[in-house]
Structures are given as structure tokens and as C-alpha cells.
Design a protein around this ligand. Sequence first.
Ligand code: FEO
Ligand code: CA
Ligand code: CA
Ligand code: CA
Length: 751
Amino acid sequence: MNAISKPELSDIDPDDIGHNTTSNPSFEQIVEARLSRRSLFKAGVGTATTAVFGGMALSACGGGGGSEPAPPPAPPAGINLSFNPVAKSLADVVAVPAGYTASVLYRLGDPIAGGVPAYANDGTDAADTYAQRGGDHFDGMHYFGLNATGQYDGNSSTRGLLVMNHEAITPAFLHPTGQTIVGGVRTVADEVLKEFYVHGVSVLEVNRSGAGAWSYNQTSTFNRRIHTLTETELSGPARGAPALVTKFSPNGTRTRGTVNNCAHGYTPWHTYLACEENWAGYFRRVTATDNPNRSAKEIASFTRYGVQGTGRELWATVTPDTADNLYGRWNAERLGTSTDGSDDFRNGPFTYGWCVEIDPLNPTSTPKKRTGMGRKAQEGAWLGPVVAGQPLVWYMGDDSQNEYLYKYVSTANWDPADATRGLAAGDKYLDSGKLFVARFNEDGSGTWLELAFGTNNITAAYAPYAFTNQADVLINARLAADAAGATRMDRPEWAGVNPANGEVYLTLTNNSSRTLDNTNAANPRFYDNTRTNGTVTRGNPNGHIIRLAEGTGGNTATAFRWDVYLFGSRANAPAASNISQLTANNDFSSPDGLWFSNATPGLLWLQTDDGAYTDVTNCMMLAAVPGRVGDGGARTVTNTNTAVTPNTTKTQATFVGAAPTEATLKRFLVGPKECEITGITESPDGTAIFVNIQHPGESTTPNFGTKTYGSYWPYGSDATVSASTDVEANRRRPRSATIVITKNGGGKVAV
Ligand code: FEO
Ligand code: CA
Ligand code: CA
Ligand code: CA
């Protein structure tokens, strides 16, 4: 057979492509924001913070702000980053500080049930065995402690369930010689079936031995894979909406599977939220043939979410299809004759893009897609402070260029008695609530705009998309957020809530579409990222981290203050762009994972998914002890476009936190070649952290004859591959994996 590989090994992430053509925010909205900030200020934002806020606002209003020297940050008492920083590296290893041990725990293909053979890792493992093997591209992850009888125990650091996402695949390594594609068609159905299984979620029991080593229990009855074939329920306000009708579920209440689960969330009732990020790319919808059969509203929605193309893995091309449309359901074109979509999968894309709630403690439970939280390229959902008698809050990033930050606030107030009710508690708190989107005003204030039908311009009269009801708003949350006037951000990835003070942090990983003319206060930089070979990328290639302090009402507030906590940069970049004054020991680019420890409140972990600094270093993880919103001040950033002669320069007013020091931001880990570091959780006692190494070796086209791959992790390192005569042991296909990191001799990690 003539097997050719499609060019799956690309440096371009699907989320690098923006589908937001709005020009939010408008000038009118900024003026309106200044007015609303005044009323906010008058009402008081909390006595402890008003003075700082007032100072920021006065600087901004008094002529754009000056370059105020930032006071040194005061780390919360008791947090001392007690390790020596790890150097940047291009080596094919996981590097951690001296005195720490990193061990591989769970890899792509590892069996998670009795009788499943060990992974051959040469493309020959049978497709159906992948339903009980580790998936690919490990991502967001959470640890749920278990007691001896298998009940949830939030204090158990010897037995627990690791629940983790498998975002996507590196297809080249899954099959004998990559995907078999003939004339644009997947001709080996089993290859596609395997790909269906390696996406999704793992639930895995892990145990610590008396000596402190962690391992997973291959035969645990808790072990489970949820993947693109797993039946899921559509729950919440959009359940049964006409847009969710498919041949699989003519009443629009179910769909099959979950895909591109990137980051995650968890709930106070001990369930897991697997969030669907770049689902749009998996569907086949050729606009030239399908658009003539579609309404203007459908086309507006598909365009806004990027549902167009042949499908990134060409899943819909397999013939013949099965009776239950395993392959054909990835074809989102209007093919049937029904008026409601009950005879095809024209509405398939509307059943993806949700937060998917999974109860890891109940292995037979059906996952539920929580439509109340809105549909987007869902990076993750991060829980705010849990207070009895108060609503529950989740913060959610939509990761594409120029997308938004969202917040969900439950209608019900938290009752600790619901902590043992599993998905029934989810029905209570996640199916009824308010959805908001963030506007970051130019004066350092911010507004949560409610996405409710009939408010904030979200009406049938909205010209780009005539909304019909609240289900329509939730299914098309991006369009509703456009209408409301949200702020276009530099790709919102992970968020996290500092348990020390309730402040919300959000990584903005990078944005190549940022220009000298379209910066705003919250996305203030346009600069050169100059590689060591002299090539330059522009926009915001290194990303930044913004944070916000909620106003009156705490995490349910509708107003907030914000500043930029940290700007990614090369240490040797000019001061104009290395605003956070990063050094060789803490410089980084493209922050993505962001996670606050619970065992050590105030300790923050940052992880990178980078393509801009990769001439110098592989992706990494840093530990940080952040200060608080307002610990810096107003700043004017000077941006320069060197692509034109003469160079053009513009200033942008913004608000910047106190610069970190090497005591408050330090590199802890550097990963192997061509990987992303993403996903982190801990044992409740903080003595073990679990970290995911995603897609080592993904960028280099493999040569299977010579066994030449972009990475050999977790097998050989550069040194062992070149020195050893044992080729089989070292030159094996790289695998995504979870590692566990402990301090030699015990004790909390990093402090
Ligand atoms: Fe899958 Fe936005 O990272
Ligand atoms: Ca991510
Ligand atoms: Ca990313
Ligand atoms: Ca990724």
C-alpha cells in the first residue's frame, strides 16, 4: 500500500489561529468603563485595597502614568523557595534541582487493567486495547485522595486517584510508520479507532509505598478511560436545545465522547472537569459545499468557532462507516434531509466545547457536559474560594488568539453537606448559574459582563448574530461575549486562585496577531523576540500573566482591579520588553500551566508551552511566590516596530506588579526535547508533585528506519543514545507521561 504521512508535525498550534474579528473594546466602551470605575471607586472596593487602587487610577488619569519604581515584593511569611534554580537546557532529559528525584509514573500506552499486554511502542499494539491504556498528550490533572476503603479522603497522601486529560496525539508515533493516508483519505480504520481511544481522560489509582515511592495500580477497579467513544449526557440550560439534536440523540440530550481535553477543573464535591479546547478542528465541514445549505446564523457561529476544513485527523473520511456512525459523526456537513438534524451530524460541533464533569469515585457514572458554563475553546475551569453559604465560582479561559476570560457563578449557595453527592451536586451547582465575561478597562479597573439573553446587547437585534434565548447564548458564548464588549486577550490559558488572598491569576500565553497599533492596557506589549540566529518574531511571543482582585462581593463581584503580575521574556531582551527584569535563573516564555499549591498556600507553579525561546531552552516549570494586585503601579510601556524603516514607536499605559526577584521566582524543572510541560497536582501533604510531560519529540519528522526521533524520552538521553551500543534500549519512540517529583529524604516540595 502506498502510505503517506500527512504533515502532522507542525509548530503551529490550532489555538494560534484566531477567529475573533470583532474590534472589542470600542472607544465608547472605554469611556463607559471610566465612568463605571468612578462609581465603583465611590462605592469603595474594600478598605484594605482602596488606597492602592486610588494611586493606580490617579497615575493613569494624570497623563498616562510614569515609570514608577516598584517596591520590593514581600513574600508571604514562611515561604522560602529552598532549591537551587535549574539552568535552561536543550538536553533530552527532565532536569530538577539537586536534592530532588523525578520518576516516571504513567506513560502513553501503559496498561491500566489486568490482562492488557505491556506496550510494544512500535505501532503494533492492537487498537481496541487502547481503551485500557494510557492516552497520549497528558495535560491537566488532579489528585483525589482515597482512604483504605476507597472513599474520598482529602488528607490521604498514600493512596489516591490521579485524573488527567489526554489532549491530542502525535500520530506519527501511534502507528507503524505514521498515519496511512491515500488521496486525503484514512484507509486503515483501526488506526483511526486507536486515535479515538488515546484522546480523553484517565482515571488511575496511585499508591505510595512505605519507602516513599509512587506507583500506579494496574488492576484497580477505579481505573478508567473516558475517550471519544464514551457516551456523555448534555446537562444544564442548553440540554435538548434544537442545536444539540443529532442522529445519535434526536432529542439533543446526549452526545458521544469528549475530545481535546486540555486543562481541567475540580469541584468541592470531588468530581473532575475535563475541558474541551480545540475540538473545532476535528470536524470535517468544507465550507464550499456546506455553507449553501446553512442559515446565516449557523454560518456566523461556525465561523466564530473555526468549524471549517477537512478535519485535522481526517477521521470522517473512513469508509465504510459503521452502523452507529463512529467515523461519519465527525462530518459536520448537512447531509440528511431532515429539518431538525436528527438524521446526520450537522449539529455535532455544538455538542463539543463544554466543561465535562466526571465522577472518578464512581467508575460506571456517565460524564455530563455542563452547558451552563458556556461553550468555547475551553482551556480549563478553576474553582474560586469555597465558602459555606456563598455561591461557587469558576474562572475559565478561552484559548485562541484574542479570546476572553469568563466566570461562572452558581445560583445555589454552597452547602458542605453536598460534598458527598457526586454528579447530583453537579446538577445543583453547575446547571444553574450566571456566566460572565471580563472587560479589562484601561484604567486598571475591570468589569464582569453578564452573558444573559436580553442584556448587554445580547438580543435578537444584535446584527452579527440574532440571539433567540439563553440556550443560544450559552452555545454561542463567544458571540455573546463579543456583543457584551469583552476585552480581546493574548490567548487565555490556565487560571488559578491564590488561596492566600483569593486573587485570580491568568496566563496569556502569546499572541502573534498583537500589533503596535492594537495593544491595550491589559495586553500592552508589542516587541521583538530575537532568536540567537537573528531571526525575529513580533507581537507578544513570550506572553504574560495578568491577575485580578475582585471587588465588593469577593469572587462573585461584578467589578475588579487588575495588574500584570509577570511578563515572559528572554533575560537578555531589552528592558523595554523585559519589564519583569527576568534573569538567567527565572526567564521563561509562553506561560500556559498555572497552579497554586494547597499544601503551601501562596506557592505558585508556572509551566510553559513555548515555541519562541526554544533556540535556548526546552519548556520548563518555575516556582513563584507572588505578591498581590497593586504591589507595583502604573507604567508606560514603550513598544517598537522594527519591521519598518524607520522604526515606529508607541507608548501604552498599563499597570504592572512589583518585579520578581530570584527569591520569588525560580526555575524548578526543564523538560526533554520538543515537549510541553503541562498539568500539575500534589499529594495533600505537599511531599509529592505530579507533573505531565506532553509530546516529547513532536516537532521532528521521525525516521523509523534509522530510529531517529526528536526525543527519546523517557528512554535514552542524548548522552546515552550517542554513547550506548544498546540501540534498542535507548532509541525508542518518545512517550508523553506523568512524572512524580519528591525531595530526597522527604519534606514539602520547593520550600
Ligand atoms: Fe491546550 Fe491552550 O492549551
Ligand atoms: Ca494549555
Ligand atoms: Ca498552550
Ligand atoms: Ca499542547
